[in-house]
Design a protein around this ligand. Structure first.
Ligand code: PLP
Length: 281
């Protein structure tokens, strides 16, 4: 596998960053993940826009233009012969002596690699996802896609311990989002519900794309918070992310949602998303 580090393409095993990198020492950096399906980058412009915003919010200069980012991504995809999988970007504040403050002229560290994996044909799809709930232990600026992911790692470990694939995080009695996804329910009144964007959640790129599809289908989308109790009464539940697209949820904390089988609307939105992507270019 070929990786990209600060302007150089090299074998992943040879790719490294200095111990004094602030991403390693402080989690002082941000990341993005874009999916690749049949050689097409999914919603990549939106991912690069969010990358730019995350960097701006924490005062790291964006080292590249969108065109340059895309060119590097495409070269990495070509060098890896990747047709389907994920492309990961990380930007840290850079390398300097360990101190909370850093020199103003620090050069950001840029790392990129690919992961070949089935995105479209997800093995979890036929059965649907089991979800557990955990307290949301994260910081107050979850709209920034920070590499400081300790709370998410712990949430995913708890999920795995319970043989679940995702954890939905709870704060003030309502679901904020999944450890690595945006949470949705479909109510008995056929409203598609997801909480409004704020500092409390990451503005999901896939969330936005799915909302466009919901609008095109003239379905009702309601932006509001919801509780676990409401989710348990829902007709369907699902989550969205770049790597899972739209994933139906069949149980929460061991309690079945709807029929206990993947919901038809979630599956339809998933197929529509893929169809729309493959129809572009
Ligand atoms: N929420 C969190 C906390 C995430 O980590 C992710 C993706 O990793 C998402 C939501 C979904 O975002 P996107 O659809 O842009 O991948």
């Amino acid at each position: 596998r070929i990786a990209y580090v600060n302007g150089t393409f090299l074998p992943l095993e040879e790719a490294s960053i200095p111990v004094m990198d602030r991403g390693f020492l402080f989690g002082d950096g941000i990341y993005e993940v874009t999916a690749l399906i049949e050689g097409r980058l999914a919603d990549n412009e939106a991912h690069l826009q969010r990358l730019d915003r995350s960097l701006r919010e924490i005062g790291i200069p964006n080292p590249y233009s969108p065109a340059k980012w895309t060119a590097i991504q495409n070269e990495l995809i070509t060098r890896n012969g990747l047709l389907e999988g994920l492309i990961y970007i990380e930007v840290t504040r850079g390398v300097s002596e360990r101190d909370f403050l850093s020199p103003a002229d620090l050069k950001p560290t840029v790392v990129m690699f690919t992961q070949a994996k089935p995105v479209r044909a997800n093995a979890a799809l036929s059965k649907g996802a089991d979800v557990i709930t955990v307290p949301d232990l994260r910081w107050a600026r979850r709209d920034i896609k920070s590499v400081s992911l300790l709370a998410q790692v712990l949430a995913k470990r708890a999920a795995a311990e319970a043989s679940a694939s995702e954890a939905w995080m709870i704060e003030d009695g309502v679901i904020t989002e999944g450890a690595s996804s945006t949470a949705f329910i479909v109510t008995q009144a056929d409203e598609i519900v997801s909480r409004p964007l704020s500092h409390a959640v990451l503005p999901g790129v896939t969330r936005r794309a799915v909302l466009r599809l919901v609008e095109e289908k003239n379905l009702t989308f309601v932006e509001r918070t919801f509780t676990v109790e409401e989710a348990l009464r829902a007709r369907e539940a699902f989550f969205t992310s770049a790597s899972t697209i739209v994933m139906p949820v069949v149980s929460i904390d061991g309690q079945p949602i709807g029929t206990g089988k993947p919901g038809p609307l979630a599956l339809e939105l998933r197929e529509l998303y893929i169809k729309t992507l493959l129809a572009t270019r």
